[in-house]
Design a protein around this ligand. Structure first.
Ligand code: 5GP
Ligand code: MN
Length: 347
């Protein structure tokens, strides 16, 4: 039987379902998880969303947020493990390799559940029985919409709450409908979501325009004191220490979007954000259209992601990591910027 037909059979009758997503979920990760959850509940399933970590408070408005289990929350970990063990189906959303589940990964790996992966990252690893995957999709929320509407024919089950969740992921993964992944399909689906009741003004206010005073001051501090610009190498990056985060009482999500300020500088082709966390240095890479950072992140910083938005980690100190980064850019200028030069030559 075709994988899609088998998947349809699997969810045709009520089942115990767990939905999970990557560590430090963003709006696409959480929006696709809760959008799918709210739909599957309407189909009669018993559904639990378990995230491998907490996520920013500007995402707490989504329907079903209150019932999400944070795996790192010790008081709920036992319950989370029981849910995973009892699950007949586990949906893995918005990630392509199990390591992005961090401390949750072994529990999912050892589960006997039927695993479904819905994702738009490159190079998906083979860990699912059914994969609904496309790198042409701007967001996992776009794929969840297509799965429900085009494959399962359940558009009539979508409502304003589900539309809000899916809209949030599409909005943020397209950078507010600005990145090159903002296709005609994105606009068509977004239009449908608005017709279903997605409140686009409310969602963009909640996600983009809701700051604590501390966060705003932190952004100002980072731009004035922690931004390194190297025009020769066409890079700009932030290096944020634990002490900086403490000084501004930083909350999960406070560094989100910061890297884009570095990329907005005229002439800059690659931007990075290095953040010192408890478990090492977390890195965000961003690049302009022609320059790919995902391979760079994968080869040198144990990470990966999309062509223009990737991430990784480092076990070195903060300053060793930024030195390594600068050196790597120097050593790989040709490979990284080759495509760019070719495009410029053509024009
Ligand atoms: P962000 O910089 O917003 O944390 O992540 C940007 C993108 O990079 C994510 O959507 C994800 O695709 C990818 N990414 C971030 N961190 C990691 C990581 O540790 N490993 C991998 N494989 N991808 C990552
Ligand atoms: Mn995504």
């Amino acid at each position: 039987m075709q994988a899609l037909e088998l998947f349809k059979n699997k969810i045709a009758s009520p089942a115990k379902i767990v939905i999970t997503t990557h560590h430090k979920p963003d709006a696409d990760a959480l929006g696709s998880s809760l959008g799918l959850k709210n739909y599957l509940i309407k189909k009669g399933h018993e559904v639990t969303v378990i995230t491998p970590s907490d996520y920013p408070s500007f995402l707490h408005w989504m329907k079903g947020n209150e019932e999400v289990i944070n795996f790192e929350d010790k008081s709920h970990q036992k319950e989370a493990i029981q849910k995973i063990e009892a699950a007949e189906i586990i949906f893995c959303l918005d990630f392509s390799c199990l390591s992005r589940l961090q401390s949750m990964q072994d529990h999912v790996k050892n589960s006997s559940a039927y695993i479904v992966n819905i994702d738009h990252h490159q190079d998906p690893k083979d860990f699912s029985q059914f994969s609904y995957w496309s790198t042409d999709a701007a967001a996992t929320c776009e794929l969840v919409y297509e799965l429900i509407v085009d494959e399962l024919g359940d558009k009539d089950l979508l409502d304003a709450d589900i539309a809000d969740c899916l809209y949030a992921g599409i909005m943020t993964d397209t950078g507010g409908f600005r990145h090159p992944n903002t296709t005609k399909n994105v606009h068509l689906i977004t239009a449908e979501l608005i017709e279903l009741g997605a409140d686009n003004t409310k969602i963009s206010k909640l996600i983009y325009d809701t700051n604590s005073v501390n966060r705003l001051k932190f952004i100002g501090f980072a731009i004035s004191r922690r931004l390194v610009i190297n025009q020769d190498l066409r890079i700009a990056y932030f290096a944020i220490s634990k002490k900086d985060l403490k000084k501004y009482a930083s909350q999960t999500g406070d560094t989100e979007g910061l890297v884009n300020y570095a990329l907005s500088i005229d002439g800059i082709k690659i931007a990075a954000l290095f953040t010192e966390r408890e478990d090492g240095i977390k890195i965000s890479f961003r690049s302009v259209e022609e320059v790919a950072v995902n391979k760079f992140a994968q080869e040198h910083f144990n990470g990966g992601g999309h062509k223009n938005a990737s991430g990784g980690k480092s076990d070195l100190t903060l300053s060793e990591t930024t030195e390594k980064f600068e050196q790597l850019i120097k050593d790989n200028t040709n490979t990284l910027y080759n495509q760019l030069e070719l495009i410029h030559e053509k024009n």
